[in-house]
Design a protein around this ligand. Sequence first.
Ligand code: DP6
Length: 320
Amino acid sequence: MRAIATAQPNIALVKYWGKRDVDANLPAVGSLSVTLDSLWTRMAVEFGDAPGRDRLEVNGEPAPGMVDRVSRCLDGVAGRERPAAAVTSTCNFPIGAGLASSASAFAALVVAAAGASGGDEDTKALARIAGRASGSAARSLYGGIVELSAGEDDIDLETLAAPGEWPLAVTVAVTETAAKPVGSSEAMTISARTSPFYTAWLARQPDDLAAARRAVRDRDFETLAAVAEHNCLKMHSVMFSSRPALVYWNAATLACLETVRELRRQGVPVFFTIDAGPQVKAVSLPGARDAVSDALGRTPGVVEVLTSALGSGARLVESS
Ligand code: DP6
């Protein structure tokens, strides 16, 4: 049985940073994100006839280092007694560089695995399985603007606005294409253990989520911009104050922040956010997209600019 699914990455405006339970990969805080449209991962899963070792290919190359994580996720969908799978992933943007490639990958994987195994899990159940592989992946099961709530025992997800209900544009300024030095999981553990700001970060997250949720409901771009930038800088303050310090930024990252601030001074509706990597994501109203991508493209150190509207959640495109 074979199935193909696609999913797009999502960008958090209120960030997930920290785990309530490392083994179950449960987030310590809720988060709020936008799912993109034009970056994608396409995942094919084919189950064989017998149990055995799974095979994984990413962009045409064998990827043995990632197999264990993929296998655990497949077990979550199809059970541990399942036959071995051949998994083929194709992605149209850089992997492991802070562009949320694991979010789209695991979201597409759970949908493809459910399609290939004849499973009947609903979207929330699949999102919970994807979230165990990578917390942010749960959000890519849903489209538009999405809120993830972190409960005691599991996560919950809700679409706050479908892609067409509040069209926003996202411009990604790529400042470095190499994979990041410390992965998010390890970095979160370091932050939780060592940053003196971590407890304050956890305590203030419900306020940021409530403010962002209200801003989405009221289509209040200015408020969303203020909350998202504050939340992003707060998360990076936790990273900076960790031991060892987690500094994902480079000089171009900072130059992009200045570009976004200058655009805003000129009246352009745009704000920035940055994940565990050096790329800057600028969220704007759609009419401002070209001005934002031109300005970021001219910013020293920016190697590529990608633009995207908001898109839908992970979906099955083929099954046989
Ligand atoms: C900074 O989802 O990659 O992008 O659950 O350990 O796989 P794991 O972490 P991951 O972390 C994403 C962190 C972030 C913020 C966010 O997307 O909310």
